[in-house]
Design a binder for this molecule. Sequence first.
Ligand code: ATP
Ligand code: MG
Length: 608
Amino acid sequence: MSSARLTQGDVLRMSSLFVRTLREDPAEAEVASHKLLVRAGYIRRAAPGIYSWLPLGLRVLAKIEAIVREEMVAIGGQEVHFPALLPREPYEATGRWEEYGAGLFRLKDRKDADYLLAPTHEEMFALLVKDLYSSYKDLPVTLFQIQTKYRDEARPRAGLIRGREFIMKDSYSFDVKDEGLDVSYQKHREAYEKIFTRLGLEYVIVSAMSGAMGGSRSEEFLSPSPIGEDTFVRSAGGYAANVEAVVTPVPAAVPYDDAPAAHVEDTPDTPTIATLVDVANAKFPRPDRAWTAADTLKNVVLALVQPDGTRELVVVGLPGDREVDLKRIEAALTPAEPEAATEEDFKKFPQLVKGYIGPQALGPQGEQVEGEDGEKVPAIRYLLDPRVVPGTRWITGANEPGKHVFDLVAGRDFTADGTVEAAEVRAGDLAPDGSGPLELARGIEMGHIFQLGRKYAEALGLVVLDENGKQAVVTMGSYGVGVTRALAALAEANHDERGLAWPAHVAPVHVHLVAAGTDAAIFEAAEKIAEELAARGVEVLYDDRAGKTSPGVKFKDAELLGAPLVVTVGKSLADGVVEVRPRAGEAEHFPVDGIVDAVAERVEALLA
Ligand code: ATP
Ligand code: MG
């Protein structure tokens, strides 16, 4: 796929170009970029999340790849190319054969040996450097590839945006010292800023969780878009983070010396927090103010599924005015994946009384707690939202139907096995760095830079001799750009109801030239303009279709395909005039005599 190369200054002809434009949206397409890329004949779906590339699509892809490649080379990256089909062993050594879970395409060869289709290539790059290098003098080195990746995504979505086969630029830096990794990371960060600027994609850099890879510094480049799957936050003071990475500012502990003793009260028919708050205010009013949902401690039962399929129940306690955010929990507890507990799960733990679960029936881990009829049952792991600091007073379940306990004080009446960032982040929450309230927005993750550290090098034995002749484990960075995703994000950000509208740098051609009419003179003039533009290095798609293709159809196609300039040779040629129209702008008229100069100048200006 990455062998796609740009051919400069050629003329494509609609009469022979391998493309069929469609008037109807494909049934399965939800987002504009997906609909338009299929309708305009850039891609075709082969299977869910898997696409074939047609000539126009390949041309855009080649231009995006070229920009990415140039900026990687500019920071000293050297291009290599790995297979997509890989043996199991390296991934076994780092634990990812298992950890990747259902997202990994695994297969067997005829000898029954395990293989995989690589979802990312940390292992292979580390092993390559290990093979060839042995001294600190060989480092630092940065290697990259532009290559096809495979992930069996749970929900392939939005066409190229979340594919199961997709192209990624992945690069890896190798350094001996931590400071070296900082430098490599910073270079990538700057290269990515240039890449996305040149592509014409708006981006926000957000701090990210390290996810399944475990490591230190990690940032994502998100392109703000309502169809994005990532939610990020930002403050007016400059803080920006993926929602998964937001760390809750922990409130100070509250003194509880004069807090009343906990007391269990009858609260029948209070299955929801709203009903509980109503009953509390009606029957057990507080002197100082009304009870609110934020005074209740909600205990949510989840099942944590490990990559090997083992299932552990865990209860997460959080203020009742907040929802649980599974993505945040997943980021905190990865590679385990949280899901809602089932009836089966509940049956195994009779101490869990649905709707009335309280901390007294939970944790600490490994201990026994009092079950239903006083008998001892194993404790369930209990994790608390960071807001539940010692001294906070709660209304929460009393582990009996229809009963809640009041004035249950954290640190006095209950403890937990740890904290977890479980609660949703809300607009107006304060940024952890004190830079003010947060606002939420959605974005598409375009790139990810990540200080991997020594984890993979350790697992794979990537060591070199340092200046003192001692063995030193190499420290790695891992950096990705979603190339096919960038193409879709560009289409998403550059279209209107009539079709695509590419920025000139990535457009499949610079000029869409339409011969509108039937006169031989029109075709002759258009042909000449096409050839002369091509000779000037301008890429032209010439709609030379004769016969029954009406000018109206040609114009519609031009708007759907989305070249930045549409040049029309039509009736006005008789008066020596040719029309030039930017894809999303007003038409201008030029004398046919200087038309090639005029168009070439406009193209140059667009590419400047
Ligand atoms: P996501 O959170 O969107 O699943 P990721 O964090 O798993 O992505 P990385 O492993 O960081 O992705 O991969 C590097 C880049 O590859 C991402 O920033 C994204 O641009 C791109 N990418 C990842 N998964 C896909 C996919 N399924 N389809 C297209 N591009 C993808
Ligand atoms: Mg990522």
